[in-house]
Design a protein around this ligand. Structure first.
Ligand code: ADP
Ligand code: MG
Length: 569
């Protein structure tokens, strides 16, 4: 027997699906409901300011509360409220017209995050944690009657007369058995602090004690008493919403420590402020890079109209800046952001390249205005700059004027300064410049010494990125080769007019050379006999740069490690 058919999908199934598949993000229900409450508050403010609402605004704050016994969480606002008609229009329609489509699309979705992105759960997300959701609301419109809506997560809902006596809305969640963890002071406060810390309307969660001055005692000392005040979760006016001219360095530092309480002071910061062709504000901090501490990406927090969205900033922030700290806020970034959405979003690319440009401008500025300060910070910012140059062509073009090279004598140079410095001596007969570097000044000390003795400079290239940076310099710099100090380059460079003094006669040198050449008979190896003084090294053995790189590569990823040879005493 064979039968074919279509599996039918009913909208009744929608809530179990939401509950089951969006589990990893359950806590976002609070973000959604509180941001709806904030929206409603902003709307009444706007109506009032344009004269369309004539009543008193009252104290505009959003309140979150919970009742462990009755298993409810309530989000209340003094916003514009809804009439019964508006509930039908904004709540029912959105929820239920989208439901079939939701289930339809869900069939092929593999990734729960994608769902959030596509459907922007909003009010809906309440059903992830609640069996029943109730709305009590009173519209700001004159003569409006309070309305109550209740829905148990099926497609059935009920609208009756409500009990709210003041303008605004309560959303009451009857928390389901699986979500009772949310009926907890600490848990809720933690979620609110995460998502709502910078919302533009005060969000109150319970009360807290604080001490205030209470006159003076008989000795004239100030007395204090403890009073209970609203526990306001958020800073409604975070620094990125202000103009840089209103802010002091201390403001930036304070904000930094508010975001990252455990961190050292940052090196410097960049205040982003764009209004064309997209809206973006933010503050990016360059952290102090501690070598021992593993750097963690995704420290930047992404906001949309002061609602925290994510700290997964890949795609928005160029990869080389992911180690920066700070905040970015753009209303052009949708609230229900998901990875796949971000990649598709046209704003994101523009935001990304704008940030790159801003960071390059700031670094260029610092370099120009305060070279000494810039040099002092170089050991911390060098990593970012080199990484940026390696991964972003445009950034390379900007950064080539302020990237610094360190040599083994603790001196720093820009690329053009360095060229000028070494060109006279370190040029081959064919006119190619040769830059020398060391990856390990300890192990390669004898080679550095003999290079220095010839008047050659040796760059210090011992950071993790330097291998790649060297290759890049070779590609980008004209007629320039970059070779490790123990490569066989030294002989090919134009020598100083004065020959180096030697304790050996020519004949002796030739004999020593033959002996050593026999001992290290390998292709690409060179023996130099050219001692400077009896106390120094009479013989050095070097290897062609090409051969060494091949060997390094063979030795898995390179990075030096040429332990079978060094200097021969
Ligand atoms: P969105 O916020 O993206 O519009 P939601 O599903 O979160 O989608 O909310 C749907 C609509 O319900 C809102 O646009 C708004 O009109 C209405 N709404 C939700 N919460 C409130 C509230 N607290 N006060 C007034 N209106 C609300
Ligand atoms: Mg919403």
């Amino acid at each position: 027997m064979q039968e074919k058919g279509t599996i039918s999908i009913h909208t009744e199934n929608i809530f179990p699906i939401i509950k089951k598949f969006l589990y990893s993000d359950h806590e976002i229900f609070l973000r959604e409901l509180v941001s709806n409450a904030v929206d409603a508050t902003q709307k009444i403010k706007r109506l009032s300011s344009i004269g369309q609402y004539k009543g008193e605004l009252g104290e505009l704050q959003v309140e979150v509360s919970f009742d462990k016994e009755n298993k409810t969480i309530t989000v209340s606002d003094r916003g514009l409220g809804m009439t019964a008609e508006e509930i039908k229009k904004y709540i029912n329609q959105i929820a239920f017209s989208g439901a079939t489509e939701f289930v339809e699309k869900f069939k092929d979705a593999k990734d729960a995050n994608e769902l959030i992105g596509k459907f922007g759960l909003g009010f809906y997300s309440a059903f992830m944690v609640a069996d029943r959701v109730e709305i009590q609301t009173l519209s700001h419109q004159e003569g409006a009657a309070p309305a109550r809506w209740i829905c148990d997560g099926s497609t059935e809902f009920e609208i009756t007369e409500g009990n709210r006596t003041t303008r605004g809305t309560d959303i009451i969640l009857h928390i389901n058995a699986d979500s009772e963890e949310f009926l907890d002071q600490h848990k809720l406060e933690e979620i609110l602090k995460k998502h709502c810390a910078f919302l533009p309307v005060p969000v109150v969660f319970g009360k807290r004690n604080t001490s205030v001055e209470d006159g003076q005692d008989e000795n004239g000392e100030t007395k204090y008493k403890t009073v209970e005040i609203d526990n306001i979760i958020n800073n409604t006016n975070p620094i990125w919403t202000k103009s840089p001219s209103e802010l002091s360095d201390q403001d930036y530092l304070d904000f930094y420590h508010q975001l990252y309480p455990m961190s050292d002071d940052p090196l410097f910061w960049i205040h982003l402020n764009v209004d064309y062709p997209f809206n973006l504000t933010g503050v990016l901090y360059f952290p102090k890079v501690k070598k021992e501490v593993e750097l963690r990406p995704n420290k930047i927090k992404l906001f949309s109209r002061q609602v925290f969205i994510t700290d997964e900033v890949k795609d928005i922030v160029p990869e080389f800046l992911m180690l920066l700290h700070g905040v970015i806020d753009s209303p052009d970034i949708p609230l229900n952001v998901s990875r796949s959405f971000l990649q598709a979003d046209s704003h994101v690319k523009k935001i990304n390249s704008h940030i790159t440009k801003k960071v390059a401008d700031k670094l260029g500025d610092l370099f120009k205005k305060d070279r000494k300060g810039y040099e002092e910070k170089w050991s911390d910012i060098g990593l970012f700059v080199k990484y940026g140059m390696l991964t972003d062509e445009k950034f390379y073009d900007r950064a080539k004027d302020f990237v610094l090279l360190n040599n083994t004598k603790d001196e720093v140079f820009t690329l053009s300064e360095y060229e000028e410095k070494v060109a006279p001596l370190q040029t081959e007969k064919e006119g190619n410049k040769v830059y020398l570097y060391t990856t390990d000044p300890g192990k390669q000390d004898s080679f550095i010494q003999s290079a220095n003795a010839r008047g050659y400079d040796v760059l210090l290239m011992n950071s993790p990125l330097d291998n790649h940076f060297i290759s890049q310099l070779e590609q980008k710099l004209e007629k320039t080769q970059v070779k490790r100090v123990d490569s066989g380059t030294i002989d090919s460079l134009i020598k100083k007019d004065e020959p180096l003094p030697s304790v050996l006669s020519e004949e002796q040198s030739a004999t020593v050379k033959t002996v050593f050449e026999k001992a290290v008979k390998k292709p690409g190896m060179n023996v130099h006999v050219e001692s400077l003084s009896p106390s120094e090294l009479p013989v050095t053995v070097t290897m062609d740069e090409f051969m060494r790189r091949m060997k390094d590569m063979a030795a898995m990823g390179g990075g030096g490690g040429m332990n079978f040879y060094g200097s021969l005493p």
